[in-house]
Write a protein that binds this ligand. Structure first.
Ligand SMILES: Cc1cc2nc3c(=O)[nH]c(=O)nc-3n(C[C@H](O)[C@H](O)[C@H](O)COP(=O)(O)OP(=O)(O)OC[C@H]3O[C@@H](n4cnc5c(N)ncnc54)[C@H](O)[C@@H]3O)c2cc1C
Ligand code: FES
Length: 379
């Protein structure tokens, strides 16, 4: 079956009997995952358990993500989701998704995606993993749905029976919003060296909490993990949370070479950013008028046309012109910016976010493609 034949639904696809196959999921050759189960984690978070369409196992590092293609409303939308399960259980992988108000993909997953349906995916990808930075002691800091990569790492240590010295501090809006709470509390009970410290912004009579309240502060960190300067730190959460943690650690004299973070890229184009974009567009015009050759890039769906210098990626130029195009990693890795090139040519230097057969079919990653002619892009 070709990629284009695949919708989101595989009619009649049923789970095989327990089949612990030896084949390993190969991102170049395999692209279809079938939903095996859906689990409600909190009021607005669900976990989707997936298996490969052809019997096989997954190899990935805890903390890595996959990029999925969703066919929604006649459009293909690409989104990244961390693998929340552990590589120690290689027959399935799970993604844990928070419903984002107004978000097309997270709502589609919550409302429509059911066992038996299938998705296309590329990956695993990413280097946000404790496997990349082995250390004696770890500090995991997460906010909201940013818990997923750290959960995969915690599950991996737990499954391997390695009582690593981990302090896992998680920030949630309320006690009812703490994802994986029971599982993490069980790990903390049975694994010597593993500590789970939830902090909630607020409590209500319906969801009281005996735990910590407020935000992560330096004084709180000094109490919970006084040796934090000796730990390898992994941080994931909304951009403002990560910015606050980063500056708090830097100010505390933490060796930032031991700091690792991953962003889910929750930023929005604010009014001031739009003003910046307008200013940048002026600058772009100035740059375009210099000796550098420029090309015209026409976006068919948004009906915008942008002048792109040959030295700049299409994504960068479009963003500077105030367009909001889907993107995450900006380095050709995640596939979020994948788009159909209707005509023209580009020079693309990707890092695995696109397969050769997709390139052959005219797809490009806008974040790492510079124009070598005028272009028409379906976006
Ligand atoms: C490497 C990577 C891993 C990711 N892993 C996960 C994961 O494990 N679980 C998960 O739920 N999401 C994860 N995301 C975010 C995910 O890719 C989508 O952006 C998210 O599900 C929203 O998609 P949407 O189409 O519903 O809304 P969009 O149209 O993409 O976003 C709508 C708005 O919500 C903001 N937003 C996006 N995600 C969130 C969020 N989780 N919480 C609050 N605001 C948000 C966006 O910035 C935007 O302003 C990951 C992103 C990246 C880059
Ligand atoms: S934004 Fe990640 S590949 Fe382009």
């Amino acid at each position: 079956m070709s990629m284009t034949d695949l919708g989101n639904v595989t009619a009649g696809s049923s789970s095989p009997a327990i089949d612990l196959a030896d084949n390993v999921w190969d991102s170049e050759a395999d692209d279809t995952l079938v939903c095996e189960a859906v689990r409600q984690e909190t009021h607005d978070v669900r976990t989707f358990v997936l298996r490969p369409a052809a019997p096989g196992r997954f190899r990935f590092k805890p903390g890595q993500f996959m990029t999925y293609a969703f066919e929604i409303g006649g459009e293909t939308l690409y989104r990244c989701y961390t693998i929340s399960s552990a590589p120690t259980r290689p027959d399935r992988l799970s993604l844990t998704v928070k419903r984002v108000p107004g978000g097309p993909v997270s709502n589609w997953l919550h409302d429509t995606f059911k066992p038996g349906m299938s998705l296309r995916a590329v990956g695993p990808m990413g280097d946000f993993s404790c496997a990349e930075h082995p250390a004696g002691r770890y500090l995991f800091l997460s906010g909201g749905s940013g818990i997923t990569p750290l959960m995969s790492m915690a599950r991996t240590f737990h499954d391997l029976g390695r009582s690593e010295d981990v302090v896992f501090i998680h920030n949630a809006r309320s006690p009812a919003d703490i994802i994986f709470r029971e599982e993490l509390e069980t790990m903390a009970r049975v694994d010597e060296g593993f500590r789970f410290v939830p902090i909630v912004q607020s409590v209500s009579p319906l969801s009281p909490s005996s735990g910590l309240r407020g935000f992560l502060t330096r004084s709180l960190l000094e109490v919970v993990a006084p040796d934090f300067r000796e730990r390898e730190v992994f941080v994931c959460g909304p951009a403002p949370y990560m910015a606050a943690v980063r500056s708090m650690l830097a100010e505390a004299g933490f060796d930032m070479a031991r700091y690792h973070d991953e962003s889910f890229n929750f930023e929005t184009l604010t009014a001031s950013e739009r003003a910046d974009a307008a200013e940048a567009e002026t600058q772009l015009d100035a740059e375009a008028s210099l000796a550098v050759k420029t090309y015209t890039v026409e976006f068919t769906k948004t009906r915008r046309t942008v002048e792109v210098p040959e030295t700049m990626t299409v994504l960068e130029a479009a963003k500077r012109a105030g367009m909001r195009l889907p993107s995450s990693c900006s380095k050709g890795m995640c596939g979020t910016c994948k788009s159909k090139k209707v005509s023209g040519s580009v020079e693309m230097t990707h890092q695995g976010g696109i397969r050769q057969r997709e390139i052959d079919a005219g797809m490009v990653l806008l974040c790492c493609s510079k124009p070598t002619s005028d272009l028409v892009i379906e976006r």
